[in-house]
Design a protein around this ligand. Structure first.
Ligand code: TXA
Ligand code: MG
Length: 325
């Protein structure tokens, strides 16, 4: 059984009580649904890994109600403060050294000396953290390796019966996960492109150091959340489609290619913000329709690589990567 709670005072009270009891509650952020647990409780955090089937060496993001609370649990430098001022609340996650008194359970950061912190823009999410009074550790609310959820139905499809509740906050407006930036070294390293475009970060910090591509950085980090194959639909995915066959489901961007067996348009007008918001729902829809109609694969039309397009392309590349990497 998984309770579906409403995003109101009653839902807030019930979700807070469940979190206090150490239970798991999924809730909407502006990016994707998070699977929330008391970040200071080893038992609660351990049950997040169990519910998702997530490897224990892949650390979780801690969510805070405001920047002061977030930065109190890490050792921020001037760059972190500037980024926090500009982008919080919002879809940016900062990886920083843990502070000496950080109460977040070590399992949440997978035993690392660092902690990933973020202040979500979604108001209900911040109200929940405020009501609860402690940081909430929350990975995306999907089974490990599957596409992130952007609706309560997506959450229930993967986690029904495995979590105490989901708070129905409707569809997530951004649709791709937060941008993850590692500030533990001399040069900031982009670990995951996401809801804050890299260009916006570079406007503030200057060009990001060549910490390598996100894929190279993830190999160095050995963090499965950033492994090549992730966000995987069941059907194989073909990228940069210039044409499409009748036995393929088309993930379109702009004017759709003719001849597909099924079609989902990320944005008919070619708008990257709209495309990001539709990405995971589109992959899920084509997966279901393609399997139902016996289609062979999903063919994805090219998406420009600037702004939110970088996060979209990153997720598509991971979804297309050979499985089991
Ligand atoms: O938008 C988001 O970030 C969503 C919402 C729920 O906030 N959360 C999310 O969490 O996407 P998750 O667990 O699916 O992805 C977190 C990513 C993983 O790739 C993980 O490896 C990385 O952040 N990460 C977390 N803590 C880290 C740390 N201490 N050092 C390096 N990477 C870290
Ligand atoms: Mg995830």
């Amino acid at each position: 059984m998984t309770e579906v709670l409403t995003q109101d005072r009653a839902g807030l009270a019930r979700a807070g009580a469940l979190l206090r009891a150490g239970a798991l509650v999924a809730f909407a952020t502006e990016t994707v649904y998070g699977l929330g647990a008391d970040a200071t409780s080893g038992r609660a955090v351990a049950s997040v890994f169990a519910a998702k089937g997530r490897p224990h060496f892949n650390p979780l993001i801690c969510h805070y109600a405001d920047a002061d609370a977030a930065l109190a649990h890490v050792q921020p430098d001037a760059r972190a403060r500037r980024l926090a001022n500009s982008f919080w609340p919002g879809p940016l996650t900062l990886v920083l050294p843990r502070s000496a008194s950080c109460p977040v359970d070590l399992l949440a950061s997978a035993g690392l000396a660092t902690l990933a912190v973020r202040v979500p823009a979604a108001e209900f999410a911040r109200a929940l953290i405020g009501t609860f009074g402690r940081p909430i550790a929350a990975p995306s609310a999907n089974r490990s390796g599957e596409v992130s959820p952007t609706t309560p139905a997506h959450v229930l499809a993967g986690l029904y019966g495995r979590i105490a509740a989901v708070v129905d906050g409707g569809p997530c407006p951004v649709g791709v996960e937060s941008t993850v930036l590692d500030l533990t070294g001399y040069a900031p390293v982009l670990l995951r492109p996401g809801g804050v475009p890299v260009e916006a970060i570079e406007d503030l910090l200057g060009p990001l150091g060549s910490g390598g591509t996100p894929a190279q950085a993830s190999r160095a980090l050995r963090s499965p959340g950033m492994l090549a194959s992730h966000y995987a639909p069941a059907l194989p995915l073909r990228l940069d489609a210039q044409d499409v066959a009748a036995d393929e489901a088309l993930l379109a961007f702009g004017a759709p290619l003719p001849g597909a067996g099924a079609m989902f348009n990320l944005s008919a007008s070619g708008d990257l913000t709209e495309a990001a918001a539709n990405l995971f729902a589109g992959l899920r829809a084509l997966d279901a329709e393609g399997l139902r109609h016996g289609l062979q694969r999903i063919a994805a039309m090219p998406v420009p690589a600037w702004g939110l397009g970088q996060a979209i392309n990153d997720r598509l590349q991971r979804a297309a990567a050979p499985r089991g990497l």
